[in-house]
Unconditional design. Sequence first.
Length: 765
Amino acid sequence: MKLPSNPNVKRSRIAVILLGILLVLTALLVNKWSIELLISSDGDISSLLFMGVIAALQIGALIAGFRLLWSKPELGFSLGLYSITVFVLLAGVFLGGFASLEILNSFTRDRQTVKMFHAVNEAEDVNMLLMLQLDKLRKSVMNLQLPDYQSSTFFDNQVKIVDLAAQNPPSSYTEFLPNVDVSKREWRIAVNEFEGSSKKMSLWRPLFAQVAYFEHAKFSIKKGRFLDESHHEFETEILFSGVARMKSQGTNGTRQFPIASITGSQIIRWKKQPPALAKTETALDKHAEATNGKTESDSHTLRSISVHERESSKLNEATWFITGWHMKNLETMETQESTFVEILDAVLSNPEDLAKARRSIHEEMVVKLIKRVEDFKKPHKRFRVHAGARHPGISVVDLDRDGFDDIYVMARWGENMFFHNRGDGTFEEIAAELGLNIKDHTTAAIFADFDNDGDTDVFLGRSMGRSKYLINENGKFSDRSAEMVDIPMPYLVTSVSAVDYNGDGLLDIYLSTYGDGISVFSRGRRSYLEKFMERFNDTYLEDYLPEEDAKELHRLRRSSDSHMTYNRYGPPNILLKNVGGGRFEVAKGSPALRVFRSTFQATWADFDGDGDPDVYLANDFAPNNLIRNDGDGKFVDITEETGTADFGFGMGATWGDYDNDGKQDLYVTNMYSKAGRRITAQIPGLDSRFILGARGNSLFRNTSHGTSYEFKRVSGLEAPELMVEKGGWGWGSQFIDFDNDGYLDIYALNGFFTAPAEVAIAVDT
């Protein structure tokens, strides 16, 4: 049956117009983005073929639709086919319209998100500006006058103040730790607020009256927020930390200077003033002050001045003055002398040894790179300023078994050093004599008698070079990696642990690996994007991994659950089984230990009390793993059931029974970030993993009973939780009974990168 053309011309034209409109709407609404929303789980279909087909169909539908609307030709197909075509197009318009509405809603949500992030960013911009002003307050504290002549310009004419109490005594001792001779003192805070003139103001006078001098002082911003919609008033919670020598009179009349660690917090309110009222410094003044008056003329100096000019310009645009200073708390931990004193100069009598120990080749290269020294060449194609996981290391061993510990220092660049303990409190460097002066890339060393011949061997983990297995042969170390290990020694090793996992009396080796700085690309099958990006890349997974491992890591990194921040895959860890005679083979039947993560540290302990060691893996950019040893070479991952994944950029872990209940508890080192906590607290609905990523270290109490394995997180930043989370940018940690009171304490390393003084700028931390 044909559509009537006569005498129902009007009806035919309406049908043509309807079909044309539906074709145009379908072409507009059924597009790449609406199809992605409807059929793709991850909302992304980036195939060039797919996009080309969709674009061609859209163009064809648009041309056909506009042709029908323009020329209104007579339709030459049956009513049934026409009806089916209209139905299909209506379905396309409906689905495309639905998807487009969802996309429009997402745009609305995105605008709200952008608005929120803009507010967060604006607050952080203010925090950055205030940090520059807080540095002036720090210098005031060092001068024992708050404010002093420089920082007084940051205070408004009238300031509302809650200061330290002026009563006598101004503080009280609340705790004493006799075994380490440490006293805790809390300083009283004034009850009432008063308003005072900035010209006559003098804060912290009770404290300064008892301080002889400060060795260190720092203000930092815990959090900040705008108080008004116009963003002219801002409130910050400011933390203070410092080390000072206190005034004290000895029993024999001599002056003594006990050392004090001082911490406190205060709420400071700020008000933005017009630029005309702002007193600012020149860029050159700031640079001269930052470099202690040095005026060297080089490219870095010009860049530093440029940075300071930008900061000065920002201060001109938005200069903030203090209108309120409310002390919350201040306490000191005091002792007569530091428990530990740095004495490297005294124990290395040879000037050459001392120079080698003090030297940082990496820092020298960083300075040359930043200063653009013409003859500087990168020592390796993966050279990076902060070096990341390619860290140096240190190992302590009594190599000659004379009862005195020796020290092996591993270098990121240059030769490793071995400092032999002479037994008289001094050391000499003898790495070359021992065959231990391995050059570049060593990250970890573990000394043990792996071949059971009565002397100490060493296993070296290395990053950009292959790891090494060195056998002690009559006091000299020889590289026996090729003949004593059944696989080529791996790259990318960040730590090494020795453990007899199967109870055969032979020490086995577990290698933790970290894929820092290597490409996600493989030489195998690659997407169009990867083929394009490889033009800028000179490193592949196969350069550092066996082919099968490279393919597997490439697959994992392309999988739907891969995420560069909270679920990052890395090279596989390796368990080497000691088969006797100092020989090692890759352990069979232990897939749970072949973890494809970036593991900083593997820590072993028999947490379930069944007689064999279990292991906890601290993984960076991914959940951690707790793996139970069930004997006979069988390992089971019990992370989920024990609640010990502890996402937080795992950096290290240590086992210990801190509460003396007979069970091994777990302390995990992560990252604590004031800025991270400050920012994540302002974002509603944020993925909890990002919040955990800035929370800090974790202490898990072992609450297991029988075969029910449980751990409870008992750490926090405020009482009654155990306040052991605030550990900065953490690394390894260690349980140790420091004061010999029968209870384990915690020593936690922290820090990351300090810019060399020659190239540091004001915003470097």
